[in-house]
Design a protein around this ligand. Structure first.
Ligand code: ADP
Ligand code: MG
Length: 332
């Protein structure tokens, strides 16, 4: 099978919203009048972001999910995406699975594959996603990292640390009961981008980011770009780890108890969570609750934005904790 048959067979489908989709030199997108385009790219490299043994269906899902998560963090509605793919060889069963997982999530968000590039090479998946955000009286409604204000509440969606638990089980450094592993693995391999929540938070959240490298590291971006500081309740975050199971059902490799410190570490520096971390004025608590309800997403208040720069961690009793957490950095 050649390059063009491969594209036609696995990636070309009739266009719906694009003015022109796969097959010409460029795709054509007609933005809705009165909106801005939101654009983001994410690359997934074998051995770095995923294992060669991962189910291609799940990989297709994840490759798009991490991109949709960026649109969610901006409060943008997904429109379309391009796919640049390097493949070591044409493996039809892999391609069938990959495109199925990818396009199923695309359909769920009404986000159309409009083009890309396909070459031979080490497995590498690069997606660029396009979304739209309305302008209101000439002002962008996009959620930015730079709008957090002293006095705002700090919230996080969903659960934390589950992908990290799955990773540790895969690495052989942790052992958990099968149902816990299955849940954690699903969160690692098929994260749910919080698109509905991002849309519902427009006009309510003052700043937002999606958590990919670990909560504290990503919070650092909001704080730096907003010129503020924060206090985070470490145990409120730790309570969100493996939120569908009880602490007691997770044990270490030799059946030993997981320390409080370990739970906090998974929550605050776990990475690969793809949850939204956002700030909102204390006066908007009921609006935040409404946004959570309308998007059917759990949202938890975990701290507060403050004038004083820097990040302060406190435990459940309000005692200061040392912050020795580090977030993921490809070149660190
Ligand atoms: P060009 O050489 O003009 O860049 P290509 O021959 O690379 O175009 O691609 C042909 C068409 O197929 C283009 O419309 C391109 O966007 C699309 N395409 C290529 N690879 C993919 C892919 N992996 N998924 C979706 N569309 C693709
Ligand atoms: Mg090309």
């Amino acid at each position: 099978m050649g390059e063009f048959d491969l594209i036609a067979r696995y990636f070309k489908r009739p266009s719906r919203r694009a003015a022109l989709g796969v097959g010409d030199d460029c795709a054509l997108l007609q933005p809705t009048p009165g909106t801005q385009l939101a654009i983001s790219s994410d690359m997934l490299v074998e051995g770095r972001h995923f294992l060669s043994t991962v189910d291609p269906r799940k990989l297709g899902h994840k490759a798009l999910a991490v991109n949709l998560s960026d649109l969610a963090a901006c409060g943008a509605r997904p429109l379309a995406f391009t796919l640049a793919l390097a493949l070591p060889r044409v493996d039809e069963s892999w391609l069938a699975g990959f495109s199925e997982g990818l396009l199923a999530l695309a359909d769920a968000h009404d986000c159309e594959l409009i083009g890309g590039d396909t070459t031979q090479g080490p497995l590498n998946i690069c997606i660029t996603v396009f979304g739209e955000v309305p302008l209101a009286h000439g002002h962008s409604q996009a959620l930015l990292r730079s709008g957090a204000q002293a006095g705002d509440d700090l919230y996080v969606s969903g659960a934390l640390g589950d992908a990290r638990i799955a990773l540790e089980v895969f690495r052989g450094t942790l052992s958990v009961p099968t149902p816990v592993f299955e849940m954690a693995r699903l969160r690692m391999e098929q994260p749910t981008p919080r698109v509905g929540l991002g849309l519902a938070l427009r006009g309510i959240a003052t700043a937002a980011i999606d958590i990919s490298d670990g909560l504290l590291g990503d919070l650092g971006h909001i704080l730096a770009q907003s010129g503020v500081g924060a206090t985070v309740q470490a145990d409120a975050a730790a309570a969100l780890v493996a939120s569908s199971v009880t602490y007691d059902s997770v044990a270490g490799l030799h059946g030993d108890r997981i320390s409080t410190e370990q739970w906090r570490n998974w929550a605050l520096a776990g990475g690969d969570d793809y949850e939204l971390l956002f700030s909102a004025p204390a006066s908007a608590r009921s609006q935040v609750a409404q946004a959570a309800e309308s998007s059917q997403t759990v949202v938890t208040r975990i701290g507060r934005i403050e004038q004083e720069r820097g990040l302060r961690l406190v435990d459940a009793k309000g005692q200061t904790l040392p912050n020795g957490y580090s977030s993921f950095d490809h070149f660190a």
